[in-house]
Ligand binder design. Structure first.
Ligand code: FAD
Length: 434
């Protein structure tokens, strides 16, 4: 292990760790980054949509050489029952802009690229190195890490934990409690390969345009969760995830759900004749604002998924990871320049800065959503069925007059959920939304 002392040690080379390491190294700090995977990205799973804005704040010209797949010009949101979907699609030529706003990426390639930028900025990266625990001085201040390497200790003024959702180092060191099964989702994902022209003709695309589908409904077998399908250049990412405690109660398996989703009559033709080459499973922290652990202390900061920074409503995670990593890095640089200690009191600046960003504002806005979804599972079963039945009644031309059709639709909603149930759900949802 490296004997010298560092300004900062960063645990993890995902988006949060890379953002933190890049920010500090670029400003001349001596940074050691430790990654347990064989290479950055080897352990990481994402859909994956990259939100340009968060990366632009770090590397403004990233489009010049980052491995991007397709820029997204069309967003589809589907509510599904077993045979159909009702969709809201938004497609705009405005998304064919010079600096597109969202891209699909493949994380193994993207993380390698991001890591190269971190090393070019001056950070030292050690892969295949798992951090086991934090080291503290007699007063309890974190002063370094112990790794699984021989004589594997390293020292620094601050340790930034970008270790992802499991957060085992933080947990073992008593900085956070164990993950709660009702605030974490288990997601599975496959990559299906198809020739570029087939994808473009199936989704009505040209050049590097892309389409993404986010779906909910009976596909999650009554559990809280969503599914997705994203177009890459020569592959399609398809996945589904549900809250872990729901899997335990329901008995369904993630693989079973993904198979059913892929075989849904609206999804199957989109994947037809593709070759599945990759399969992955990963947790997503979905507890939101109320499950955010302590974020800083004497000599340590938590960033990214380890801090539960995922906006499950909008399916954003990597941008929150990059933003929290960047702000942690900027805080450390700022304190170092002022020759301040990296004590708990001074690192509170990290949280103060975060509170001013979309990260905390959005998570706070949606703080009631996880409980709403947990307590109202019919949102994932009953409503998609009612909406699909209503659409069928409305669109089928069968000799019935339109007023009778409206009455039939209203009756089916009242029968399915009762008037007070419908009003109650609308009220609870509106309350959770702000
Ligand atoms: C199926 C799925 C789909 C998703 N889709 C999207 C999407 O489309 N868009 C989006 O923005 N977000 C999405 N997310 C969320 C997104 O992937 C995460 O929010 C993001 O990766 C968090 O970044 P991170 O750096 O905090 O953690 P990670 O990306 O998990 O990186 C943590 C890193 O730390 C390393 N590590 C862990 N423990 C140790 C240790 N003890 N020592 C050394 N290294 C360690 C790991 O190997 C890993 O490389 C998705 C997640 C999943 C699972």
């Amino acid at each position: 292990m490296i004997e010298e002392r560092f300004d900062a040690i960063v645990v993890g080379a995902g988006p949060s760790g890379n953002a933190a390491a890049y920010t500090m190294a670029k400003e001349g700090l001596k940074v050691l980054q430790l990654e347990r995977g064989e290479y950055p990205g080897s352990k990481n799973v994402q859909g994956a949509i990259l939100y340009a804005n968060a990366l632009e704040k770090l590397i403004p010209d990233f489009r010049e050489d980052a491995p991007l797949e397709r820029h997204i010009i069309e967003q589809r949101i589907w509510t599904m029952d077993d045979k159909s979907y009702v969709g809201m699609h938004y497609r705009s030529e405005d998304f064919n802009e010079e600096r597109p706003n969202r891209y699909t990426i493949i994380r193994a390639q993207f993380d390698k690229w991001f890591s190269r930028k971190v090393r070019e900025a001056g950070a030292t990266l050690l892969c295949e190195t798992t951090v086991k625990e934090l080291l503290r001085d007699a007063k309890g201040k974190v002063i370094g890490v112990r790794t699984d390497r021989d004589n594997g200790v390293a020292f620094a003024d601050v340790v930034i934990l970008g270790e992802g959702v499991n957060g085992l180092v933080g947990q073992r060191s008593g900085l956070r409690s164990e993950l709660k099964p009702d605030s974490v989702a288990l997601a599975v994902k496959e990559m299906h390969f198809l020739p570029r022209e087939v994808i473009e003709s199936r989704f009505n695309l040209k050049d590097n345009e892309g389409v993404v589908i986010e779906a909910m409904g009976t596909i999650t077998a009554g559990m809280t969760g969503t599914a997705f399908l994203y177009t890459n250049q020569e592959s399609i990412s398809v996945g589904i995830g549900c809250i872990v405690s729901d899997f335990a109660e329901n008995g369904a398996t993630p693989y079973g759900l993904l198979e059913a989703f892929k075989n849904h009559p609206s999804i199957k033709p989109l994947l037809a004749n593709s070759e599945c080459k990759e399969y992955a499973a990963h947790l997503i922290p979905e507890g939101g604002y109320n499950s955010i652990p302590e974020l800083y202390g004497d000599g340590w900061i938590v960033v990214g998924d380890a801090g539960q920074f995922v906006n499950a409503v909008h399916r954003e995670g990597s941008n929150l990871a990059m933003t929290t990593g960047r702000i942690a890095g900027e805080t450390v640089v700022w304190l170092k320049r002022r020759r301040e200690e990296l004590s708990k009191a001074n690192l509170a600046e990290y949280k103060r800065r975060l509170d001013e960003t979309f990260v905390m504002k959005d998570l706070k806005k949606y703080r009631r959503i996880p409980a709403f979804l947990h307590n109202n599972k019919h949102v994932f079963g009953l409503y998609p069925k009612l909406v699909a039945a209503a659409a069928q009644t409305w669109f089928r031309v069968d000799g019935a007059d339109k007023l009778s059709k409206e009455k039939e639709i209203l009756k089916s909603f009242r029968k399915g959920r009762t008037l007070s149930g419908l009003i109650g759900d609308a009220f609870k949802l509106a309350r959770s939304w702000r």
